[in-house]
Design a binder for this molecule. Sequence first.
Ligand SMILES: Cc1ncc(COP(=O)(O)O)c(C=O)c1O
Length: 390
Amino acid sequence: MDDVDRAVAALRARGSLKWTRHPDALGAWVAEMDLGTAPAITRALHDAVDRGLLGYLPDWLADDVAAAWCGFARDRYGWDVPPERVRPLPDVLAGLSAAITHLSRPGSPVVLPTPAYMPFLEVPPALGREVLEVPMARDGDRYVYDLDALDAAFRAGGHLLVLCNPHNPIGRVLEPAEMLAVAAVVDRHGGRVFSDEVHAPLVFPGHRHVPYASLDQVTAAHALTATSASKAWDLAGLKYAQLVLSNDADAATWARVGYPVEHGASTLGAVANVAAYRDGVAWLDGTLAVLDRHRRLLADLLAEHLPHARYRPPEGTYLAWVEGLGVDDPGDLLLERAGVAVVDGARCGAAGRGAIRMDLATPEPVLTAIVERMAAALRGQSDGSPGATR
Ligand SMILES: Cc1ncc(COP(=O)(O)O)c(C=O)c1O
């Protein structure tokens, strides 16, 4: 067994979704990390299980999460939020569903910049809402919001804009000026924003997470923010997230309608979120240093093995967006011919066609093997140049 086989065998033995859905492929698809768990979280969970803290979410524990997150947000983002404005959610997608159902104009389409996190295309239709895909524009090699196209989507009847920052899948961390420009469009149309900030703790040196609702009175008045420790500390299965209410009207609405949603939040998830925000910051920073190396390693690997691929290392998140692979449906092809499971970009909206989203949070030998296998499969498919197989 070489290093890769050993690492993969250990990952599969753990039994995670990422490493068991496609048992014959290397897993780089779902946003899970293969980098272990913060010891503070493991300890807190063991302690809660040993105490038998397995019933409904107690009020004191929900309050503890709110206080822990507020401390983290103050230290990390300079955002001072009163703890009573931070409510439990089972997950971020439950927050999106609630925003659509309770805060957007009944029946209105949802405005979605694309490429987008795949479920953002699926949740609105499941609630009877249309999605208005708004392809992002390019400024050199980076994606930016297309303000004119956003404006047109609101003119076409859109009401709730889904903002994702840091962005899955393209890895952008928005600058305040960009967000203020988006906010001006939203405000002009009396629109709302669901600000998904689940990747906020995962921002690389040179970039800074600025919460959208923290920018000014206008953004606070039209935004609903959701975040969680679930991505940065790899806790998605524990089902706990934070809804941040940044204006009195939404706080009043939530007091009326929030209970059935809050009921889904889990007690052990709350325990883990407190441990993450309070005692898991050193682990987070260590993990970010590893991910920082991986985002650069991927650039080197692609330059060596797939020189035609286009990739801009993410500014935040542990997801990589790779374009220019020279095939229209790289996801299927890579699964079948390379034995590598990634997300096909078309699942992120029409603007993502031909791209892939891949997960960088895996041991270095595995990441290297993933790219080598991809390159071998794409060489077998074509001469490796973009468009060669069309
Ligand atoms: C941007 C974004 N939002 C939401 C989610 C899902 O979060 P949850 O499991 O809390 O609904 C993910 C998961 O990868 C994500 O990347």
